[in-house]
Structures are given as C-alpha cells and as structure tokens.
Design a protein around this ligand. Structure first.
Ligand SMILES: [Cu+2]
Length: 300
C-alpha cells in the first residue's frame, strides 16, 4: 500500500508540466478596483486604464495602435554607465490614438512603464502606469490626448530612471525633447571623464595634507587634563544614549510618514515639554524649601 502511494506520488511529480515559461502572464487574472486600476496577487498592475473615454478635444479615436515594450538590464548594455533600460527610448503617435502597451519585464526585479503629464480629469494623478515584479507581462490601454506634447515615460522604482530606464513619448510633433534619454538626448549634468588616475591620486594627496594640517592646528593648544569634566560628559552621554535607545522605537513609529519639517517641529515641542517639566520640578522644590524655611524661622 505504502509503495503504491509513493509510486503514484512520484508519477504525479514527474508528470507536472516543466516550468519553462519565462514570463508570467498577468493579463488574465487582474482584479478591477474601478477607476482604471487593475491588479493581481503576482505583482502585476495597471493604473489609468482607459479603453473608451475620449479626452477633451478628441472627436474620435484617430488610430488604434499596439506596441510591445521590454524592460531589462540587458537593454542598458549598449549605453555606457547605465544599468536599466527599455528596449525602445522613443515613441510617437497621432493625437487621440487608442494605445495598447504590452509590457514585458525581463528582469527579476520590479519594473514599470509609467507615463506622466496626462490630463488629470481622465487619468489618476495624470498617470498611466504598468507594473510587473519579476519576469512577466502585462497589458494596458489608454487614449492619448490631442495636441503636440512630449510625455515622460519611466520606471519609478528608486534609481531605475537615473540608471537609464527612461523614454519619451511624443504625441503629434511633441513639444521638445527630454534630457538624459539613453542614446537619444544629452544628460543635464554629463559625467566628467577628463581626469586621469594620476590626477585623482594627486587630488587625494592634497586633500589629505590639508586635513592633516587642520588636525594639527586644532590639536596645537595644549589642553590641561580634565578628568572630572570628561567623566561628567561621558556620564551624560551614557544617560542620553540610554534614553535615546528607550524612546527610539516610539519615535520611529511617530515619525513614520512625517516630513522633515514636521519631525523637527515635533522634536522641538518635545524638548520644550521636557524643559517645562524640569522648570516645574525645580520651582516646586524651591517652594518646598522656602515653605520649610518659613516654618523653621518663627520657632527660632
Ligand atoms: Cu525598474
């Protein structure tokens, strides 16, 4: 009996289809959240899906187009210094084109095909956005606005655009070019490859020398031993550290989602509260002392 179970289990395992599919198809199992927002559990997402609403100024759909775009590290190999790229850097369509994008992610990290600057009454935050985490494919459709305009298309994952995953999409004639499109337009701040290794070494020696002379200048005045002071400082430091460690998790929770300005305001508020508490405590102590003194004095 046991042998039979084992044998059937083995045959089941070996009869499973071999997972040779490179891309996971995310189109079939998308859940519609309304507002053109579709997503699945596998990390596939479409935002700004619009298959039928005409943008203002479009009398009808001028053309229906389908494109396939790949995203991946390998497409950046031909662009020196870049790490990620789309396989296409430039797109051009007639105004009011109904455009379906089949987006393939060839990498094992998350990539997006995110288009910006669309009319916000039609596209949430003015965006049309396809996203796949890991090797996979997703498709989405939008209707392009009228007029000549150049739209930014990029991957918004941290540093992916800076590392090359950037393209431009011109509707009509477009309205100029965007900078730093790999292989297409010049960067705003070009990398400087003018210096030689010897220059770099010389610069380092110079800066080390400056640092050393500054250090000597700072050390120059003889300092009298300050043993008590030092121990006092280190004692305060230890207490500060302990308090910091104790309240850090609480503060981390508190600061989550706050801007730098809000955090600074909060810290100042906290400090003021602590100082108020301290002043209160000291004044109470003084009152207590004075009261005691007054009590004692008449008896004298
Ligand atoms: Cu990416």
């Amino acid at each position: 009996m046991l042998k039979f179970v084992l044998a059937s289990l083995m045959s089941l395992v070996f009869s499973l289809p071999i997972m040779a599919v490179e891309y996971e198809d995310h189109d079939g199992m998308l859940m519609n959240h309304g507002d053109g927002h579709l997503m699945d559990m596998g990390g596939g997402m479409v935002m700004g899906q619009n298959t039928e609403t005409l943008p203002g100024g479009c009398e009808k759909i001028s053309e229906t187009k389908e494109i396939t775009v790949h995203a991946g590290h390998k497409f950046a190999e031909k662009f020196p210094g870049r790490m990620f790229a789309f396989d296409t850097q430039e797109f051009n369509f007639k105004p009011c084109t109904k455009l379906t994008v089949h987006f393939y992610n060839d990498d094992k990290v998350r990539h997006q095909w995110m288009m910006h600057g669309l009319p916000k009454y039609l596209y949430p935050q003015g965006m049309f956005h396809l996203e796949v985490s890991g090797p996979g494919k997703i498709s989405g459709t939008l209707i392009l606005p009228p007029g000549d305009k150049t739209y930014l298309v990029h991957c918004d994952i941290a540093q992916h655009m800076e590392k090359g995953m950037k393209a431009e999409l011109k509707v009509g004639k477009g309205d100029g070019d965007l900078p730093s499109i790999p292989g297409l337009t010049a960067p705003v701040v070009p990398d400087d490859y003018e210096g030689t290794l010897a220059d770099v070494a010389a610069a380092k020696v110079a800066s080390d020398a400056t640092a050393a002379s500054v250090a000597t200048a700072v050390k120059a005045p003889p300092v009298a031993p300050q043993q008590p002071d030092d121990s006092f400082v280190s004692g305060v430091t230890v207490i500060g550290l302990a308090i910091g460690l104790l309240i850090a998790p609480f503060l981390a929770k508190k600061f989550k989602g706050m801007t730098a300005a809000e955090i600074v305001a909060y810290v100042f508020d906290l400090l003021r509260t602590l100082i108020d508490l301290g002043i209160n405590l000291v004044s109470k102590l003084i009152k207590l002392l004075v009261a005691n003194k007054n009590k004692i004095l008449p008896e004298r």
